[in-house]
Design a protein around this ligand. Structure first.
Ligand code: ADP
Length: 204
């Protein structure tokens, strides 16, 4: 199987289609998830690198945040392209299962997931933590028109998203390599939050 050619075809398709996306799902997010998922597979010593890489490249295409016409066209293209690559039915089923169930909102994880699923999901979650995760959250908040912080109870803000989602991620990691990195990145997010609240209070 000529995985190198298959991967570069899929990479080109995704790279060209994500140009201009500024919701935190740009090409560089995909590329970081791909590299991190491959690192996790290497460190865990289990999982097929080609399935991991292809699933990472495609992991956003079912995201419901992309319900525009361009995204629907991309989804169609990918679903037409995959059977033409020469990938086996089994490989395509594994990839489809990962990319259709990966999102935080679906919450699919835990028992029975494949090593490739575990690695891509952990890599995606790691990208929402640490300095990059903080940057992505504020980028998304700006895009959505949300305030940085709202002290009113239940107020919608980017800081609220830290409590709703980011601080929960480290408990959800699947792999030991992912858990270790998540703990370190989580600690940085907590340090950032403490400092943010300190500075908020300093203005009196
Ligand atoms: P996933 O990549 O797992 O599908 P999302 O699409 O929910 O995750 O989020 C993509 C990025 O945008 C993440 O870094 C996430 O923390 C951030 N994000 C999502 N919703 C919000 C929000 N309401 N406020 C701030 N950041 C958000």
């Amino acid at each position: 199987m000529d995985y190198v050619n298959i991967i570069s075809g899929i990479e080109n398709l995704i790279r060209n289609n994500l140009r201009g996306h500024d919701t935190g799902h740009d090409w560089w997010h995909i590329d970081r998830v791909r590299r991190m998922a491959l690192r996790i597979v290497r460190e865990e010593g289990s999982g097929d690198p080609a399935i991991t890489e292809i699933s990472s490249l495609l992991h956003e295409i079912y995201d419901k945040k992309f319900s525009d016409a361009g995204q629907k066209a991309l989804l169609k293209k990918v679903n037409r392209m995959l059977p033409e690559t020469g990938l086996s039915r089994n490989d395509i089923d594994s990839i489809q299962f990962i990319i259709q169930n990966i999102s935080f909102s679906k919450g699919y994880s835990g028992e029975g997931i494949t090593p490739e699923f575990a690695a891509v999901q952990d890599a995606d979650r790691l990208d929402a933590l640490g300095a990059i995760g903080i940057a992505r959250a504020f980028n998304y908040g700006g895009y959505a028109g949300n305030p940085l912080y709202d002290p009113a109870p239940g107020g919608r803000s980017t800081i609220a998203h830290f409590h709703d989602k980011l601080l929960k991620l480290k408990e959800l990691m699947n792999t030991s390599a992912g858990k270790k990195m998540a703990e370190e990145r989580h600690a940085f997010v907590v340090e950032f939050l403490n400092r943010f609240m300190d500075e908020w209070q300093q203005s009196g």
